[in-house]
Write a protein that binds this ligand. Structure first.
Ligand SMILES: [Zn+2]
Length: 313
């Protein structure tokens, strides 16, 4: 694929192509937005476009030796750093720096992609900041993050920020059409909230069943906390948004066929005020936004339990 094939991110691509056309590629950029919407693919294909050897009208040709090596993860001038056990440590940052300070062997630029850049621990981030402050000539750093708020301001402020968004129905359809049965695309699109990466990677139905089980448990008196870590909290909250949306649709249309949430419909309160659903939605969004700030899991569980008890209890 090429950069132009990233679906549903017209705004981000316009900025990225603009920089290529004007030969104004910055020394650092930050691609941010939800999980599973194409940020890392865009980063890799941008690296291909920058170092492409073929004629490609400011994109990549996807066929030359450079493009093929980058796709295979074997280009000597392009590195990708990932977290190991949820953390990017200082050693990884050191390796990245060393590679950036070498003269490009084959490419136009030395490029370092850092996936889940917000997983850098404090030491790693401090070391990384020095590289950002004095970037080597002919280097490009591309940070990818679905939690950009977790990155220190000092790092964020030195990157050109490019925001990615969940996909529209049409764009989603285009991305998953080869992998999801046509009659299920609409359902999967809504359940994953426009994030094809999630639809293709995980089992959304299983997540939804798990959400139901936890919710049923949550609204019982004396329930025990069922979230194991921050990621399970995040998944649960995402599912809760779908659930609340369903209650709202049901409340407005009275029609069960418009709903995504297939199990436990019996729990749907018939008389709840739309305002109270909206308030709950907003409160849960606030909780999700605070997840990255060391939110206490037990306190959050109690807070959310009480809220859900009032909505559906
Ligand atoms: Zn090429």
């Amino acid at each position: 694929m090429a950069l132009r094939d990233i679906a549903g991110q017209e705004k981000a691509l316009r900025i990225m192509f603009g920089m290529l056309r004007r030969s104004r590629v910055p020394s650092a950029m930050l691609l941010s937005g939800d999980t599973g919407i194409g940020k890392r693919l865009a980063a890799v294909n941008y690296a291909k476009a920058v170092n492409c050897l073929g004629p490609a009208d400011f994109d990549c040709c996807d066929a030359c030796a450079s493009c093929r090596k980058i796709d295979a993860g074997m280009h000597p001038d392009v590195s990708i750093t990932f977290p190991e056990k949820d953390e990017i440590k200082i050693d990884a940052v050191r390796r990245l720096e060393e590679s950036l300070y070498l003269t490009p062997l084959e490419g136009v630029k030395k490029i370092a992609i850092v996936d889940d850049a917000d997983a850098m621990n404090l030491n790693a981030a401090n070391a990384f900041l020095k590289t950002l402050e004095e970037p080597p000539d002919d280097s490009l750093i591309i940070l990818v993050s679905s939690n950009p708020d977790r990155l220190p301001d000092t790092i964020r402020s030195r990157c050109v920020a490019i925001r990615f968004y969940p996909l529209s129905r049409e764009a989603f359809r285009k991305v998953v059409s080869g992998s999801v049965a046509p009659e299920r695309i609409e359902y999967v699109s809504r359940l994953s909230m426009g994030r094809p990466g999630l639809a293709l990677a995980g089992d959304l139905q299983k997540d939804m069943d798990w959400f139901t089980a936890v919710l049923d448990d949550m609204v019982r008196e004396g329930s025990k906390e069922a979230w194991t870590d921050k990621e399970t909290m995040r998944t649960w909250l995402d599912m809760a948004f779908v659930y609340l949306r369903d209650i709202m649709v049901f409340r407005i249309t009275g029609n069960e066929s418009d709903m995504l949430y297939e199990k436990g419909n019996r729990n749907f309160p018939k008389k709840i005020e739309i305002r109270s659903i909206l308030d709950t939605y907003k409160s849960l969004q606030k909780v999700k936004g605070l997840l990255d700030f060391n939110l206490n899991k037990s306190i959050t569980w109690n807070y959310v339990s009480n809220m859900m008890k009032t909505v559906i209890g």
